[in-house]
Design a protein around this ligand. Structure first.
Ligand code: UD1
Ligand code: CA
Length: 438
């Protein structure tokens, strides 16, 4: 492990994505493609070099957010001179001074599904250069690996290929393992005399053979090495990753109903026995322990323990619930609920609610005064009648009873009844006066 460097090419523009966002920042299961590539690389090496170019500042900002403690240490970045040295070889040249290991694995940030073991296997081949390759029925767009007498001869790009070469089905994956010293000798020999006027890394293959080096190819799983160049491929890659995520958690004991309809981000996790019904969306680094999430619920960056949620509930970020029942059409945000029942139609934001408390249907925490957000604190065993509005900041003591339909603006003391509605009047004979006799 210690003598491998992984270089990730991420300087390209990605025009086929038709987006103002750089291609490698597009997300799959809640994390950017670049994040997934780096995460995989870190499993193999502590010398990861990321090549930036297009929108490098925006990408650097992203990397500093995602990998705050590893940037500049395990993860180094280098800037490609895309004007004078465009192309994948130009990208590699930019990063060579950061490579401090004997073997260099090169991969692209638009292949988010690659696994560490597949990448590592390229470096395990007994040769100087190993090209990761796969066969495709429709190889259009990929560089083709030309084999002669059972040996790799060269890689030719689609744009430069002859008709015979275009018929080759063996594709260059874009992932390779090189002996570092050899690649350093080859890079200066690469020119840009091709259809794209770019410096192709793929030209290093023929040059390596010419220099007498041993070059081989290894066949790889084509789905994992799929290059994401457009939004159709982005969706396909996400489907594939989702299937793996769901399988992983089902193996760990999670029950899923209609799993193909369930979305789970890569960062989410489950503990104990959980049950997830159909059409549930779980985003961010949510943690779900011994809980049931019913159909149609959306959970974002929340912690759920010994609870049941939904159907059709929405837990927005920083909801933290324990021993709690959340029913249909209840929305939580930045809310800590411990031993609470909120069965129907409520908005509970920026609040803390303690055990034994029952939140009636239609309860709202009015947390926003138009300028600032304020907190609602509700103690133990509080009975909140239906259609109560808490105007925050507010503090409701233990054992308070709140009458239905109250707009609560003042704190309560323990044991009180809080009632704010107007007294009911019953006016005899009024119906007939208005509508006549019926
Ligand atoms: C490349 C390969 C092709 C292979 C395919 C696999 C070359 C010349 N071609 O083609 O043989 O079949 O990948 O998916 O290498 N990049 C830079 N700087 C650049 C250009 C690209 O860093 O100047 C990066 C991109 O950000 C991307 C990767 O290199 O992550 C591949 O670039 P892309 O333009 O997608 O190459 P392909 O045309 O797909
Ligand atoms: Ca590509």
């Amino acid at each position: 492990m210690n003598d491998i460097c992984v270089m990730i090419l991420a300087a390209g523009e990605g025009t086929r994505m038709k987006s103002t966002k750089p291609k490698v920042l597009h997300e799959i299961c809640g994390k950017s493609m670049l994040y997934h590539s780096i995460n995989t690389a870190l499993e193999i090496s502590q010398n990861v070099v990321v090549i930036l170019g297009f929108e490098s500042e925006r990408i650097l900002e992203h990397l500093n957010l995602e990998f705050p403690s590893q940037m500049g240490k395990e993860i180094k970045t280098a800037l490609q001179d895309r004007k004078n040295l465009p192309g994948t070889a130009g990208a590699v040249m930019a990063g060579m001074s950061e490579v401090s290991k004997d073997t260099l694995i090169i991969t692209c940030a638009d292949m988010p599904l690659i696994t560490a073991s597949e990448l590592k296997s390229l470096a395990n081949e007994p040769c100087d250069v190993c090209v990761g390759a796969f066969e495709l029925e429709n190889p259009f767009g990929y560089g083709r690996v030309v084999i002669k007498n059972n040996k790799v001869e060269k890689i030719v790009e689609e744009k430069d290929a002859s008709e015979n070469e275009k018929a080759i089905k063996l594709c260059n994956s874009g992932a390779y393992a090189f002996k570092t010293t050899l690649l350093k000798e080859l890079l200066p020999q690469i020119n840009n005399q091709n259809a794209s006027k770019e410096y192709y890394l793929t030209d290093a293959i023929a040059l390596a053979i010419k220099s007498g080096a041993k070059v081989s190819s290894q066949s790889l799983n084509s789905t994992n090495f799929m290059g994401v160049n457009d939004k159709i491929a982005l969706a396909t890659a996400q489907d594939k990753m989702l299937a793996l995520i769901r399988q992983k958690w089902m193996r760990a004991g999670v029950i899923m109903h209609l799993p193909n309809t369930i979305y789970i981000d890569a960062q989410a996790s489950f503990e104990g026995e959980c049950e997830i019904e159909s059409a549930v969306v779980i985003k961010g680094a949510s943690i779900i322990k011994n809980s049931v999430i019913k159909s149609g619920s959306v959970i974002e960056s929340s912690l759920i323990e010994n609870s049941d949620v939904g159907p059709n509930a929405h837990l927005r970020p920083k909801s933290n619930i324990k021993d709690t029942h959340i029913g249909n059409f209840v929305e939580l945000k930045n809310a800590t609920l411990n031993g609470v029942k909120a069965g129907h139609l409520s908005y509970l934001g920026d609040c803390e609610i303690d055990s034994g408390t029952n939140i009636g249907c239609g309860t709202i925490t009015c947390n926003y005064d138009g300028v600032k957000k304020h907190r609602t604190i509700i103690g133990k065993n509080v009975f909140v009648g239906s259609d109560t509005a808490f105007v925050a900041p507010i503090n409701i003591a233990d054992n308070t009873l709140i009458a239905a339909g109250s707009v609560v603006t003042k704190d309560s003391s323990e044991g009180e009844l809080v009632i704010t509605r107007a007294k009911q009047q019953n006016i005899a004979g009024y119906f007939e006066k208005k509508f006549g006799k019926k």
